[in-house]
Design a binder for this molecule. Structure first.
Ligand SMILES: Cc1cc2nc3c(=O)[nH]c(=O)nc-3n(C[C@H](O)[C@H](O)[C@H](O)COP(=O)(O)OP(=O)(O)OC[C@H]3O[C@@H](n4cnc5c(N)ncnc54)[C@H](O)[C@@H]3O)c2cc1C
Length: 381
């Protein structure tokens, strides 16, 4: 393992996490995939081990570690070969909650972040709506201020952890049309008028619940506003950086995991009297993929290093999400092919990895949106 960014403590954390994934996740994955939901106590178990707060400060119940602990967290989870659970846990630790730590009040932290880090409250991030995903500035869910409350009406779509979240970091319209009228609020789901309208059945990530939600005259206190009113678009874009970075980390680790398993398979499986790996076409394919994975890893680590040092990493994170995401699709597709018929069956994890990985170039901002951001950042968009 690399020592440039990971010290001894990170490696001890990695070892603990690797054993935990083997013990607490791997034996249950087939059952969870069939049930289209994993056991709720995975959140509490992960919280008790300190995994959900490895990079959060101690005053909110975290371990006070640097961002490289989060990288280890993302990398090791892929060894479950179950992106559904990994995604749900990443929403809890790296997508719905970082913004609370960044700009939340003590009340926000005590009420929402601390129990999320403990795994006692399940968190979700509610930005996308039935009519808009890429175009965040067009969201229609409204929060009308009445006295010291907001009254929320509208709907959200594609919300991970949505069927059982205890709270949602929710994007709402509090002002004018466009990006200048959006705010972020912390929405407790036990409020009257909130409904899970649909559990969405998906091509992959079966263990993870994804929901359509509706809000009908839901009253929440104004103190649940995160940061300043109508500054939400900026907060969402800031929050996206961590979300996209952990997605890139997982994509690289997932590609490596798929390749390692496939090479092992091709050493054992024979055709025409020799192992598949002895065919030059496959050796060369794997050599190319290994090279591209290494390139993706270093691009991603460069972004992680900047992010960890709180430098502007937008360009590097966007490139990492784009490059590692597209690569994961390519690697899992080639690896499935190298498995032949078994690759298309449920008997080997590659079939699940192949269908799960298809999400990476869509969720958290599509590859096309990454290219739009880059062309603007690089000065020609
Ligand atoms: C399994 C799953 C889990 C998800 N979890 C969450 C979650 O927890 N919280 C949440 O808020 N959202 C979540 N999402 C939503 C996700 O972020 C959106 O699906 C994504 O941002 C794309 O939005 P869209 O689906 O509305 O696609 P659209 O915006 O309708 O895009 C359709 C196509 O048009 C392309 N396109 C759009 N605009 C442009 C452009 N300017 N230039 C070129 N091409 C363009 C897109 O790239 C895409 O290929 C999840 C989605 C899935 C599938």
């Amino acid at each position: 393992m690399l020592t440039t960014f990971f010290g001894e403590e990170h490696e001890i954390f990695r070892k603990t996490l690797r054993e935990w994934v083997q013990k607490e996740l791997v034996p249950h994955v087939d059952r969870w995939e069939k049930a289209e939901l994993f056991d709720r106590d995975v959140f509490t178990k992960a919280g008790q081990m300190g995994f959900l707060g490895c990079h959060y400060p101690e005053d909110v119940g975290g371990s006070g570690g640097d961002y490289w602990y989060s990288v280890v967290w993302g990398e090791e989870l892929v060894r479950s070969s179950c992106a559904g659970v990994n995604m749900a846990l990443a929403v809890q630790s790296d997508m719905a909650t970082p913004i609370i730590n960044d700009i939340g009040t003590r009340y926000h932290k005590d009420e929402f972040l601390v129990p999320a880090i403990k795994g006692e409250k399940i968190a979700a991030l509610g930005v996308s709506e039935p009519n808009c995903g890429s175009d965040v500035a067009s969201i229609r869910t409204t929060a009308r201020r009445v006295g010291d409350e907001y009254v929320i009406n509208g709907s959200k779509c594609w919300i991970t952890n949505g069927t059982r979240a205890d709270f949602i970091t929710l994007a709402v319209r509090t002002g004018e049309a466009g990006y200048g009228g959006i705010s972020l609020v912390l929405f407790p789901t036990n409020v009257k008028g909130f409904k899970v309208t649909k559990k969405i059945h998906k091509a992959g990530n079966h263990s993870s619940d994804t929901a359509e939600l509706s809000f009908e005259d839901c009253h929440i206190p104004v103190k649940n506003l995160l940061g300043e009113e109508n500054h939400g678009f900026y907060y969402i874009m800031t929050n996206f950086q961590g979300e996209r970075l952990i997605a890139a980390v997982k994509a690289v680790a997932g590609a490596q995991w798929a390749l390692d398993n496939t090479i092992r398979y091709c050493q054992e499986r024979t055709a025409f009297g020799r192992p598949i790996l002895k065919f030059q076409v496959w050796r060369h394919t794997f050599a190319e993929l290994a090279t591209e994975i290494e390139a993706a890893r270093w691009l991603t680590y460069r972004a992680c290093d900047l992010f960890n040092r709180k430098q502007d990493a937008t360009k590097e994170i966007t490139m990492a999400k784009l490059f590692a995401g597209e690569l994961l699709n390519k690697v899992t597709d080639r690896c499935l092919q190298a498995h032949g018929g078994f690759g298309y069956s449920d008997e080997f994890p590659i079939s699940r990895q192949w269908r799960d990985s298809r999400l990476i170039t869509i969720g958290g901002g599509t590859s096309e949106i990454m290219k739009e951001i880059l062309s603007k950042r690089l000065g020609w968009g």
